[in-house]
Write a protein that binds this ligand. Structure first.
Ligand SMILES: [Zn+2]
Ligand SMILES: [Zn+2]
Ligand SMILES: [Zn+2]
Length: 259
Protein backbone atom coordinates (compact mmCIF):
# COMPACT_ATOMS: atom_id res chain seq x y z
CA UNK A 1 0.00 0.00 0.00
CA UNK A 2 1.39 3.40 -0.98
CA UNK A 3 0.43 5.64 1.91
CA UNK A 4 3.60 7.62 2.54
CA UNK A 5 4.74 10.52 0.41
CA UNK A 6 8.22 11.82 1.11
CA UNK A 7 9.18 15.20 -0.35
CA UNK A 8 12.74 16.47 -0.35
CA UNK A 9 12.36 20.06 0.82
CA UNK A 10 16.10 20.61 0.64
CA UNK A 11 19.08 18.49 -0.42
CA UNK A 12 22.04 20.81 0.08
CA UNK A 13 24.81 21.09 2.61
CA UNK A 14 24.98 23.71 5.36
CA UNK A 15 25.73 26.67 3.09
CA UNK A 16 23.36 25.61 0.33
CA UNK A 17 24.14 25.51 -3.40
CA UNK A 18 24.83 27.95 -4.99
CA UNK A 19 27.10 29.07 -2.19
CA UNK A 20 27.41 32.74 -1.39
CA UNK A 21 30.45 34.35 -3.08
CA UNK A 22 31.29 31.21 -5.13
CA UNK A 23 31.75 31.36 -8.90
CA UNK A 24 32.34 27.68 -9.59
CA UNK A 25 30.58 25.82 -12.43
CA UNK A 26 28.06 24.05 -10.16
CA UNK A 27 27.14 27.27 -8.36
CA UNK A 28 26.47 28.74 -11.82
CA UNK A 29 24.76 25.62 -13.20
CA UNK A 30 21.52 26.12 -15.13
CA UNK A 31 20.34 22.65 -14.04
CA UNK A 32 17.68 23.31 -11.39
CA UNK A 33 18.72 20.09 -9.64
CA UNK A 34 22.02 21.79 -8.77
CA UNK A 35 20.20 24.42 -6.74
CA UNK A 36 20.05 22.91 -3.31
CA UNK A 37 18.48 24.46 -0.24
CA UNK A 38 19.30 23.24 3.25
CA UNK A 39 18.46 19.56 3.93
CA UNK A 40 14.99 18.63 5.14
CA UNK A 41 12.19 16.23 4.24
CA UNK A 42 8.40 16.39 4.57
CA UNK A 43 6.34 13.24 5.11
CA UNK A 44 2.64 12.93 4.38
CA UNK A 45 0.43 10.03 5.40
CA UNK A 46 -3.36 9.76 5.40
CA UNK A 47 -3.50 10.57 9.11
CA UNK A 48 -0.61 12.99 9.72
CA UNK A 49 2.06 15.11 8.11
CA UNK A 50 5.37 16.08 9.62
CA UNK A 51 8.69 17.62 8.78
CA UNK A 52 12.21 16.40 9.57
CA UNK A 53 14.29 19.50 10.38
CA UNK A 54 13.44 23.13 9.72
CA UNK A 55 16.52 24.78 8.24
CA UNK A 56 16.98 28.44 7.29
CA UNK A 57 15.16 27.82 3.98
CA UNK A 58 12.07 26.23 5.55
CA UNK A 59 9.71 29.12 4.77
CA UNK A 60 10.58 29.18 1.06
CA UNK A 61 10.49 25.38 0.88
CA UNK A 62 7.02 25.31 2.46
CA UNK A 63 5.80 27.98 0.03
CA UNK A 64 7.31 26.12 -2.94
CA UNK A 65 5.67 22.82 -1.92
CA UNK A 66 2.43 24.50 -0.82
CA UNK A 67 2.60 22.86 2.59
CA UNK A 68 -0.64 23.47 4.45
CA UNK A 69 -0.25 21.00 7.25
CA UNK A 70 2.51 20.20 9.74
CA UNK A 71 1.43 18.14 12.75
CA UNK A 72 4.90 17.69 14.25
CA UNK A 73 8.58 18.39 13.72
CA UNK A 74 11.38 15.87 14.18
CA UNK A 75 14.97 17.03 14.52
CA UNK A 76 18.08 15.14 13.45
CA UNK A 77 20.41 17.50 15.33
CA UNK A 78 20.73 21.17 16.20
CA UNK A 79 23.23 22.46 13.63
CA UNK A 80 22.00 25.78 12.27
CA UNK A 81 21.32 24.39 8.79
CA UNK A 82 18.70 22.09 10.39
CA UNK A 83 16.92 24.30 12.93
CA UNK A 84 16.96 27.98 11.98
CA UNK A 85 13.58 28.00 10.25
CA UNK A 86 11.85 26.60 13.35
CA UNK A 87 9.85 29.73 14.23
CA UNK A 88 8.08 29.66 10.85
CA UNK A 89 6.19 26.62 12.11
CA UNK A 90 3.96 29.21 13.83
CA UNK A 91 1.86 29.22 10.65
CA UNK A 92 0.87 25.64 11.44
CA UNK A 93 -0.30 26.41 14.98
CA UNK A 94 -3.50 28.36 14.45
CA UNK A 95 -5.38 29.44 17.54
CA UNK A 96 -2.60 28.42 19.92
CA UNK A 97 -2.44 24.82 18.73
CA UNK A 98 0.60 23.06 20.14
CA UNK A 99 3.46 21.81 17.95
CA UNK A 100 5.06 18.54 19.13
CA UNK A 101 8.84 18.63 18.73
CA UNK A 102 10.83 15.37 18.71
CA UNK A 103 14.58 14.76 18.90
CA UNK A 104 17.28 13.59 21.27
CA UNK A 105 17.44 15.30 24.68
CA UNK A 106 20.71 16.99 23.62
CA UNK A 107 19.23 18.29 20.38
CA UNK A 108 16.05 19.57 22.02
CA UNK A 109 18.14 21.27 24.73
CA UNK A 110 19.96 23.24 22.02
CA UNK A 111 16.75 24.02 20.13
CA UNK A 112 15.19 25.28 23.38
CA UNK A 113 18.22 27.50 23.96
CA UNK A 114 18.17 28.91 20.43
CA UNK A 115 14.41 29.57 20.56
CA UNK A 116 14.01 30.32 24.28
CA UNK A 117 11.24 32.85 23.53
CA UNK A 118 9.08 30.09 22.06
CA UNK A 119 9.63 27.63 24.90
CA UNK A 120 9.74 29.89 27.96
CA UNK A 121 5.97 30.10 28.39
CA UNK A 122 5.91 33.92 28.24
CA UNK A 123 4.21 35.91 25.47
CA UNK A 124 2.08 32.92 24.55
CA UNK A 125 -0.21 34.85 22.23
CA UNK A 126 -2.29 32.83 19.80
CA UNK A 127 -0.09 33.77 16.79
CA UNK A 128 3.11 32.55 18.46
CA UNK A 129 4.64 29.13 18.12
CA UNK A 130 3.62 26.82 20.95
CA UNK A 131 6.20 24.03 20.84
CA UNK A 132 6.06 21.05 23.18
CA UNK A 133 9.36 19.19 23.52
CA UNK A 134 9.31 15.38 23.40
CA UNK A 135 12.85 14.07 23.98
CA UNK A 136 13.13 10.60 22.46
CA UNK A 137 15.67 7.81 22.67
CA UNK A 138 13.44 4.91 21.63
CA UNK A 139 10.91 4.28 18.83
CA UNK A 140 7.82 6.52 18.90
CA UNK A 141 4.72 7.07 16.80
CA UNK A 142 3.52 10.05 14.81
CA UNK A 143 0.08 8.96 13.68
CA UNK A 144 0.49 5.37 12.48
CA UNK A 145 4.14 5.86 11.47
CA UNK A 146 6.68 4.33 13.83
CA UNK A 147 9.89 6.38 13.93
CA UNK A 148 13.04 4.61 15.08
CA UNK A 149 15.89 6.96 16.08
CA UNK A 150 19.21 5.92 14.51
CA UNK A 151 22.16 7.41 16.43
CA UNK A 152 25.06 8.03 14.03
CA UNK A 153 28.41 9.80 14.36
CA UNK A 154 28.68 13.29 12.82
CA UNK A 155 32.09 14.68 13.79
CA UNK A 156 32.20 15.22 17.53
CA UNK A 157 28.43 14.97 17.86
CA UNK A 158 25.88 12.22 17.49
CA UNK A 159 22.92 12.91 15.24
CA UNK A 160 19.72 10.96 14.79
CA UNK A 161 18.78 9.46 11.51
CA UNK A 162 15.25 8.04 11.46
CA UNK A 163 13.72 4.84 10.19
CA UNK A 164 10.06 5.14 9.17
CA UNK A 165 7.96 2.01 9.60
CA UNK A 166 4.32 1.71 8.56
CA UNK A 167 2.18 -1.39 8.93
CA UNK A 168 5.28 -3.35 9.94
CA UNK A 169 7.23 -2.46 6.79
CA UNK A 170 10.46 -0.49 6.83
CA UNK A 171 9.55 2.14 4.25
CA UNK A 172 12.44 4.60 4.44
CA UNK A 173 15.50 5.57 6.45
CA UNK A 174 16.78 9.15 6.44
CA UNK A 175 20.43 9.74 7.41
CA UNK A 176 21.28 13.27 6.35
CA UNK A 177 24.31 14.07 8.50
CA UNK A 178 26.50 11.12 9.30
CA UNK A 179 30.05 9.92 8.91
CA UNK A 180 29.30 6.18 9.21
CA UNK A 181 26.60 3.63 9.92
CA UNK A 182 27.47 1.84 13.19
CA UNK A 183 26.70 -1.92 13.31
CA UNK A 184 23.53 -1.46 15.40
CA UNK A 185 22.14 1.05 12.88
CA UNK A 186 23.07 -1.21 9.96
CA UNK A 187 21.17 -4.02 11.64
CA UNK A 188 18.16 -1.77 12.29
CA UNK A 189 17.84 -0.50 8.71
CA UNK A 190 18.53 -3.81 6.98
CA UNK A 191 15.62 -4.60 4.68
CA UNK A 192 14.50 -0.99 4.31
CA UNK A 193 12.87 -0.14 0.99
CA UNK A 194 14.33 3.34 0.51
CA UNK A 195 17.60 4.55 1.98
CA UNK A 196 18.46 8.26 2.03
CA UNK A 197 22.11 8.97 2.74
CA UNK A 198 24.50 11.82 3.35
CA UNK A 199 26.92 12.11 0.40
CA UNK A 200 28.62 15.48 0.73
CA UNK A 201 31.30 15.36 -1.97
CA UNK A 202 33.98 13.09 -3.47
CA UNK A 203 36.80 14.19 -1.14
CA UNK A 204 36.83 12.78 2.38
CA UNK A 205 35.31 14.94 5.08
CA UNK A 206 35.64 14.62 8.88
CA UNK A 207 31.90 14.75 9.66
CA UNK A 208 30.06 13.62 6.50
CA UNK A 209 30.22 10.55 4.29
CA UNK A 210 31.67 11.19 0.87
CA UNK A 211 30.32 9.49 -2.26
CA UNK A 212 32.56 6.46 -1.82
CA UNK A 213 31.55 5.95 1.82
CA UNK A 214 27.87 6.43 1.00
CA UNK A 215 28.10 3.86 -1.81
CA UNK A 216 29.71 1.39 0.61
CA UNK A 217 26.94 2.06 3.16
CA UNK A 218 24.26 1.48 0.49
CA UNK A 219 26.00 -1.74 -0.51
CA UNK A 220 25.96 -2.91 3.12
CA UNK A 221 22.26 -2.11 3.64
CA UNK A 222 21.06 -3.34 0.22
CA UNK A 223 17.81 -1.39 -0.01
CA UNK A 224 15.59 -1.40 -3.11
CA UNK A 225 16.67 2.17 -3.82
CA UNK A 226 19.14 4.69 -2.39
CA UNK A 227 19.01 8.46 -2.68
CA UNK A 228 21.93 10.77 -1.87
CA UNK A 229 21.34 14.10 -0.13
CA UNK A 230 23.20 16.92 1.71
CA UNK A 231 25.43 17.57 -1.33
CA UNK A 232 27.87 20.46 -1.62
CA UNK A 233 28.89 22.40 -4.74
CA UNK A 234 31.68 19.94 -5.58
CA UNK A 235 29.06 17.60 -7.07
CA UNK A 236 27.15 18.21 -10.28
CA UNK A 237 23.90 16.24 -10.52
CA UNK A 238 24.25 15.54 -14.26
CA UNK A 239 27.89 14.46 -13.97
CA UNK A 240 27.63 12.32 -10.84
CA UNK A 241 24.39 10.39 -11.38
CA UNK A 242 25.44 8.40 -14.49
CA UNK A 243 28.50 7.12 -12.60
CA UNK A 244 26.37 5.52 -9.84
CA UNK A 245 24.79 2.05 -9.74
CA UNK A 246 21.30 2.07 -11.28
CA UNK A 247 19.45 1.88 -7.95
CA UNK A 248 21.45 4.74 -6.42
CA UNK A 249 20.18 8.17 -7.37
CA UNK A 250 20.72 11.76 -6.32
CA UNK A 251 17.84 13.56 -4.66
CA UNK A 252 16.97 17.13 -5.61
CA UNK A 253 14.81 19.81 -4.10
CA UNK A 254 11.13 19.12 -4.75
CA UNK A 255 11.58 15.40 -5.53
CA UNK A 256 8.63 13.34 -4.25
CA UNK A 257 8.81 9.64 -3.45
CA UNK A 258 5.59 7.66 -3.08
CA UNK A 259 6.38 4.80 -0.73
ZN1 LIG B 1 23.60 19.45 7.85
ZN1 LIG C 1 30.53 26.79 -5.92
ZN1 LIG D 1 25.24 18.78 10.80
Amino acid sequence: MVDLTLTFLGTGTSQGVPMLTCDCAVCHSSDPRDQRTRASIYLETPESSFVVDTGPDFRMQALRERIHRVDAVVFTHAHTDHIMGFDDLRAYCPGGKEMPVYGSADTLGLVQKAFAFAFDGHNRFPGYLHPVAHPVSAPFYIGATLLVPLPVPHGRTTTFGYLFIRHGRKRAAYLSDCKALPPAVLEEVRGVDTLILDALRRKEHPTHMNVEEALAAAEAVKPRQTWFTHLCHDLSHAELEPTLPSNVRIAYDGLKLHL
